[in-house]
Design a binder for this molecule. Structure first.
Ligand code: UDP
Length: 331
């Protein structure tokens, strides 16, 4: 699908990932409407643009019928609405569950009425604490339905199931991206995730809060690569889940060492208890994305981190006062 002159709805478009997707769509010549509740998104993430319309609203309480009329012709919906940081999992678990279930259902209905395609931002969390490594799309996962992460893991699983239900029952054209750890400029500095926590702590010359022994791994995708994967998936004919994530796998201890090196932070690390159900190993098998979408991550971890840390540093300087990072135990 050519993107020029198309009209897209991006739910969660003022969030970290959403706002980068909006930027890219605008560059491609599309018109974009954003819905965002601003629970974790930030209005400042979006710059004014003649082809951009912002609406401060929550997809959970969306009046689908009136919006179907107001939006007019729609060529696609991207549902990127959801808080995604483990520190939010104990703060607002009910909202997280409702967003990917009832909220997503509302957008499926909107897409049905508009006769357009909808992409659901699912997550590597559907694999839980994976017993298969790396994780292919065919792996069903190892998820605890009654634990610290269950609001997010189960919400994303239901979001996938709902997408399939609306494809089968209503013929809606669906796309499902399983997004792995993504980082880059515009992440909330106090969102509690590893990259903002470590970068902010290092820039403030504090020890980095490493949970457990730091031997757990994640694979880190730079946000621009992630957005490119999402767009390729949207434009493809793959209507089943696809892993969109980098294969650059690092232990948490390695990430801490690299961030301290890049920032010249002499304060080292501080170990905190490992939160329950923290997945031990995470890396996607991206054979499908490579073969079917021609997609693979292009940005190296070191280069992506440098760009990210520079943007964080500028924001911290504008703040003018120290920022207290959140850890899972501190909430
Ligand atoms: N982590 C850490 N210290 C922090 C934040 C995160 O050691 O201050 C670890 C966490 O235990 C996990 C990894 O970094 O193993 C990634 O955590 P994040 O919250 O970014 O996302 P997750 O992939 O766990 O959802």
């Amino acid at each position: 699908m050519d993107l020029v002159g198309r009209h897209f709805l991006v739910a969660g478009g003022a969030g970290f990932l959403g706002s980068h997707l909006v930027d890219r769509l605008l560059v491609e010549g599309s018109r974009v409407t954003v819905f965002d509740s601003l629970v974790t998104g930030q209005r400042d993430n979006l710059q004014d643009h003649a082809s951009l319309e912002f609406h401060h609203l929550d997809i959970i309480s969306l009046d689908v019928e009136s919006w179907a009329q107001k939006l007019g012709r729609l060529d696609g919906v991207f549902n990127l609405a959801s808080p995604a940081s483990p520190v939010d999992f104990s703060r607002i678990p009910d909202l997280i569950l409702q967003t990917a279930t009832h909220g997503h259902r509302q957008l499926l209905e909107l897409a049905k009425r508009a006769g357009c395609r909808i992409l659901f931002a699912s997550s590597s969390e559907v694999y839980g604490d994976a017993e298969v490594h790396p994780q292919p799309e065919s792996y069903f996962g190892n998820v605890n339905s009654f634990g610290h992460r269950s609001c997010y893991d189960e919400a994303k699983r239901v979001g996938e199931a709902l997408s399939l239900a609306w494809k089968l029952e209503h013929g809606v054209s669906i796309r499902i991206a399983r997004i792995f750890n993504t980082y880059g400029p515009r992440m909330r500095l106090d969102d509690g995730r590893i990259i903002p926590n470590f970068a902010v702590q290092a820039l403030q010359r504090e020890p980095l809060t490493v949970y457990g022994d730091g031997q757990q791994t994640r694979s880190f995708t730079f946000v621009k690569d992630e957005v490119d994967g999402l767009l390729r998936l949207f434009q493809s004919d793959l209507d089943r889940p696809v892993n969109i994530g980098s294969t650059f796998e690092h232990t948490v201890a390695e990430v801490a060492a690299l961030v301290n090196e890049l920032t010249g932070n002499p304060a080292g690390i501080r170990n905190l208890p490992l939160p329950p159900n923290d997945p031990k190993q995470r890396r996607p098998d991206i054979s499908l994305a490579k073969a079917a979408l021609g997609w693979s991550p292009q940005t190296g971890f070191r280069g992506g981190l440098k760009e990210t840390i520079a943007e964080f540093q500028a924001r911290l300087a504008r703040r003018g006062e120290p920022l207290k990072t959140k850890t899972v135990s501190s909430g």
